[in-house]
Design a protein around this ligand. Sequence first.
Ligand code: HEM
Ligand SMILES: *[C@@H]1O[C@H](CO)[C@@H](O)[C@H](O)[C@H]1NC(C)=O
Ligand SMILES: *[C@@H]1O[C@H](CO)[C@@H](O)[C@H](O)[C@H]1NC(C)=O
Length: 466
Amino acid sequence: MELITTSLLCFLACSAFFLFLLKPFSSNKRANLPLPPGSLGWPYIGETFQLYSQNPNVFFASKQKRYGSIFKTHILGCPCIMISSPEAAKFVLVTRAHLFKPTFPASKERMLGKQAIFFHQGDYHIKLRKLVLRAFMPEAIKNIVSDIETIANDSLQSWEGRLINTFQEMKTFTFNVALLSIFGKDEILYREDLKRCYFILEKGYNSMPINLPGTLFHKSMKARKELAQILAKILATRRQNQQDHSDLLGSFMGDKEGLTDEQIADNIIGVIFAARDTTASVLTWILKYLGENPCVLEAVTEEQRSILRAKEECDEENKALTWADTKRMPITARVIQETLRVASILSFTFREAVEDVEYQGYLIPKGWKVLPLFRNIHHSSDFFPEPEKFDPSRFMVAPKPNTYMPFGNGTHSCPGNELAKLEMLVLLHHLTTKYRWTVVGAQNGIQYGPFALPQNGLPIRLRSHS
Ligand code: HEM
Ligand SMILES: *[C@@H]1O[C@H](CO)[C@@H](O)[C@H](O)[C@H]1NC(C)=O
Ligand SMILES: *[C@@H]1O[C@H](CO)[C@@H](O)[C@H](O)[C@H]1NC(C)=O
C-alpha cells in the first residue's frame, strides 16, 4: 500500500520523541537496557535529509551494513527502530504483535476513514478481518474467475495497437477487479461514478491536509462524501431486495453484530486503496521483467498455451478460465513470486511499540516506531543467492519462514493476497497467449512515487501475436 511508504515522508508531528526526551527512563527494569545501535542524527531533522537525498533502499542497506539487523534512526522527528532479520520480523509482526500497533499519520486516517481496518488492533480489528477474509478467501473468489477474465480481456483489447502507460492501464484493470470483488455485479451500474469520485479522493492523499475551498484536500473530502452517498444508494437497494451476496459488501452487511454505514464506507475505500496501486505496480514490474527475460516469457507462454490446448480438447461448451486452471500455472506463479521479491513494492511497514519492549537485550521504548524492512530481507544474499538477479526458478524450493513476506505476516498480513495473485494470473494468461509488447524509450530508471515503479510507468506498445 502506498499508504505505508508515503507515510514515512509524512510524519510531521511525532509526540513520541518529546515524550522520550521528557521521560527517558521509566522505573521498570527494562529501562536499564541499551537502545539498539545507530545514530539519531540531529533531533527533529533527524536523518530525513539523507533519506530524501538517496534511494531509500540504499539508505537502509548502508545502515544495515554498518549496524546490523537492528538499528535506530530518526525520521521526520520520529525515533525509529529498523529491523531486518526474519527473527525480528516474526517477533514484531507475529509472536508479539499485540505489543506493536499499526501507526499512520493523521492525514491518512482522515482520508481513508478512521474506522478502516489498517488503523485498528484488538476486537474491532479481529471482527473486520474475519469479514474481509470471508470475502477474499479462495472459496469466495473462485466464483468470480470468469468475471475477472472478462475484465482482463476487455483491458487488453483496449490497449491493442496503442502506446500505453502500463502502470496507468494496470490501475484501471485492478480498480475494476477491486470493484467487482466489493460490489459484485452491482458494480457495473456505478463504475463510472465510483471511479470519478475515487480519482478525486486519491489526488488529495498526498496533499497538505488544509480543508479550505479550492485545495486538493477540500476537493477530496467532498469526493469522499459523494462516495458515501453512492454507497448509501447501493446499501438501500440491497436492503430492500434482501438477497445474499458473497462479495465484500455482502460480507459487511451480513454481520450479525452489524457494521454502521460509516464503518462500511471507511473499509470499502480502504480496500480499494490497498488493492489497486499495489497490484498494478506488481503487474507493471512483471511486464518489465518478462520483457528483459525472453526465455522466461517463452516458458510462461508455453505453460499458458497448454492450458488453452487442454480446454480446446475437452468438449465442454464453456471455455472460460476456472479456479482449477489457475492452479495449473506453476511457472507463471513463480514469475509473480520472484517479481514480488525483487521489486518488493512495499519496502517496509510501520508499527509503534505500545509499551517498553525488550528484544535480544535491547530496549524498544514505548512510542517508538518500529519498521520491519521487507525489502532488505528479500534482498539478503543469506536467503536469496545473487539477490539482484531475476530468477523465478529459485522458488522451486519454498523460502524459509519470515524470509519472504511480500504480503506481510501475522495479524495484519494481507487478506487480499489470493485475489491479487488470481487477477495477475488471469491477466498474464491472456497477455502471453495473445499479445507481445515493446517498451518505448530508454528503460533503466526507477521512480519512487511513492513506491518503486519502472520509469514513467513503463510505456509500451502492445500488438496481437498468434
Ligand atoms: C500484489 C498486491 C498486494 C501486495 C504486495 C499487498 C501487500 C500487503 C501487505 C504487506 C500488507 C500488510 C501491511 C502491514 O503488515 O503493515 C497488506 C495489508 C492489507 N492488504 Fe494487501 N497487498 C496487495 C493486494 C491487496 C488486495 C488485492 C487487497 C484487497 C482485495 C488488499 C487488502 C489489504 C488489506 C485490507 C490490508 C490490511 C489488513 C489488516 O490491517 O489487517 N491487498 N497488504
Ligand atoms: C476475449 O477477447 C477475444 C477477442 O480478443 C474474444 O474472441 C474472446 O471471446 C474473449 N473471451 C472472453 C472470455 O471474454
Ligand atoms: C509467518 O510466521 C509464522 C510463524 O513464525 C511462520 O510459520 C510463517 O512461515 C510465516 N509466514 C511467512 C510468509 O513467512
